[in-house]
Write a protein that binds this ligand. Structure first.
Ligand code: V47
Length: 415
C-alpha cells in the first residue's frame, strides 16, 4: 500500500521498495502501477521506428559466457564486413526508408581505428538522412585502446567519441551494460569493461552531446538485489545528467539516496500534477545528452556457455519490466525489444510499462530465440497492429524520439 501511494503521488521509490516489488506475488498490481507511470510520461503513444541492424563482425577478443555471437578468427562462421559490404547495407537501409542504422560488433583484434571512421563516413555518404546509432561502451573503450596507446583514460574516450561524432556517429546504443556487479562480472563476462567504466563512457558521451540508451541483461547468475542496484546506478547517473535541465524547466527536485546511502537531488519526470503529462528532456531543451531508454534483455541461453541455465520466463520478464518502469522514474522510455521477447510478449509488455516497441530490425545476429535465423523482420503494419491491439496509438519516431512523417520510403522529422 505505501508503495502504491508513492507511485500514485509521483514520489521516488527506494531500493527497498524495489525489493518488495520483486517479492510480491501480486504481479498484476505491479502492472497497473507501471502502466500508470508509463501513461503519465508517454500518454497513449507507442513509439516504433523503421530501422536496420548491422553487426559488422562477430570476431571478438572476449568470450563472455552468455554470448552465442562471438567467434575467433579461424572459427566456422567468423565474418567481418568490408567497407563495400557496409555501403551496400547503408544503401539497402536508405532504399527501404529506414531512419536508423543500429551498428554493433565484436571487439575485433585487428581492424584499425580508421576502419570505424571509414565505416561511418561510408554510411553518411551513402545514406545521409539515416541516423547512426553505433558502438556499445565496450567497443568505445576498445577503440580508445587501438586508436593510440595510453588513450584509455577519460580523455581518450572523449577523443574517440569526438572523432566518431565528426565522422557521423549520432548516438550510442545501450548494449554491453549486462548487470553492474563485480561478482556477476567475474562469473560471466570477465575481461569486459567494468560497470563503472560503462557508466563513465555514457557520462562522457552525454557531456559530448550524444544521447544514449542502457540495457540490463538479466535472468542468469545475478540476484534481484543486483538488478535493483543496476537500476539505481543508472537512475543516479540520470539524476546528475538531467539536474540542470530540470531546474531550468521548473521541475521540482526530490531527494534520493544513492547506492552507497548518500543523499542527492532526484529528477522524477512528472507534470505540474500527477495527472498532467510529464515534462520530457529533448535534444533541443537539454544542453547535454542523456539516457533515453532502458531495454531490459532477458537472458537467452541457447548456444551460449551458460545454456544449462533456464533463462527467465514470461512473468519474471513482466515483473522485471514493471519494476524497471517504476524505479527508473527519470528515464523517458522503456523499450520492449521484440526480437528477444517475441512480438506477442512485446504486446503484453506495452501494457506493463513499455512505451517503445523498437523497430523493423530485418537482420539480427546477436541472439536468436528458439532457433530463429538471422533474418528476423517485422513490417511497420505488424508493429502498428501490435500497438493498436494493446490499446495504444502507434507513432513512428526517429532515434531521438521525434515524431516522423512518412510517405512511403521518404520521411521527415516533424517540427
Ligand atoms: O550487448 C548478448 C546482450 C546486447 C545475450 O540501444 C544477450 O536501442 C540476452 O544492446 N541473451 C545487444 N541478451 C542488444 C542491445 C540492444 C538491443 C535493442 C535495442 C538497443 C538500443 C540495444 O545483447 C549485448 C548483450 O548485452 N546479449 N547475449 C543473450 N544470450
Amino acid at each position: 500500500r505505501p508503495i502504491i501511494d508513492r507511485v500514485v503521488e509521483g514520489h521516488r521509490l527506494s531500493a527497498d521498495d524495489g525489493m518488495v516489488l520483486f517479492n510480491t506475488p501480486d504481479v498484476w498490481t505491479l502492472g497497473v502501477m507501471a502502466d500508470l507511470v508509463r501513461r503519465r510520461i508517454n500518454g497513449d503513444v507507442v513509439w516504433y521506428n523503421v530501422n536496420r541492424h548491422l553487426n559488422y563482425s562477430n570476431i571478438c577478443a572476449l568470450s563472455c559466457k552468455f554470448c552465442a555471437f562471438h567467434r575467433k578468427r579461424d572459427d566456422d562462421g567468423a565474418y567481418e564486413y568490408s567497407l563495400d559490404d557496409i555501403r551496400q547495407e547503408a544503401l539497402k537501409a536508405t532504399e527501404s526508408g529506414a531512419t536508423e542504422m543500429h551498428i554493433v560488433g565484436g571487439l575485433h583484434p585487428w581492424l584499425p581505428f580508421q576502419y570505424y571512421l571509414d565505416m561511418l563516413v561510408a554510411i553518411t555518404e551513402t545514406a545521409p538522412q539515416v541516423h547512426i546509432k553505433a558502438f556499445t561502451a565496450v567497443e568505445i573503450v576498445h577503440l580508445a585502446r587501438i586508436a593510440k596507446k595510453g588513450r584509455e583514460g577519460d580523455e581518450g574516450i572523449r577523443w574517440v567519441l569526438r572523432s566518431l561524432k565528426e565522422a557521423g556517429l549520432g548516438s550510442l546504443p545501450g548494449g554491453g551494460a549486462e548487470v553492474f556487479d563485480d561478482r556477476v562480472h567475474a562469473e560471466t563476462h570477465r575481461g569486459k569493461i567494468s560497470g563503472d567504466r560503462w557508466l563513465d563512457v555514457h557520462r562522457i558521451a552525454h557531456e559530448e552531446g550524444l544521447n544514449t540508451n542502457a540495457t540490463m541483461l538479466y535472468g542468469h547468475v545475478e540476484s534481484h538485489a543486483d538488478r535493483i542496484r543496476h537500476m539505481q546506478l543508472l537512475r543516479q547517473e540520470q539524476d546528475r545528467t538531467l539536474r540542470d535541465w530540470a531546474i531550468d524547466h521548473g521541475l521540482s527536485l526530490q531527494s534520493s539516496v544513492d547506492h552507497e546511502g548518500a543523499a542527492h537531488d532526484a529528477v522524477v519526470l512528472h507534470g505540474p500534477d500527477t495527472t498532467a503529462p510529464a515534462l520530457q528532456p529533448t535534444p533541443e531543451s537539454c544542453a547535454t545528452g542523456y539516457y533515453q531508454t532502458l531495454i531490459p534483455l532477458p537472458f537467452i541461453p541457447d548456444d551460449s556457455e551458460l545454456q544449462h541455465l533456464p533463462g527467465p520466463m514470461g512473468l519474471e520478464n513482466l515483473r522485471t519490466l514493471c519494476i524497471a518502469r517504476l524505479m527508473l522514474d527519470n528515464f523517458p522510455h522503456i523499450k520492449a525489444f521484440w526480437i528477444m521477447q517475441t512480438l506477442d510478449m512485446a504486446q503484453l509488455m506495452l501494457q506493463h510499462g513499455a512505451d517503445d516497441i523498437d523497430g523493423t530490425v530485418v537482420w539480427y545476429d546477436i541472439t536468436k530465440v528458439e532457433g530463429a535465423g538471422t533474418h528476423q523482420e517485422v513490417t511497420v503494419r505488424d508493429l502498428q497492429r501490435a500497438a493498436r491491439e494493446a490499446g495504444f496509438r502507434p507513432v513512428e519516431r526517429d532515434t531521438l524520439y521525434r515524431p516522423v512523417s512518412r510517405d512511403g520510403r521518404s520521411w521527415s522529422v516533424d517540427d
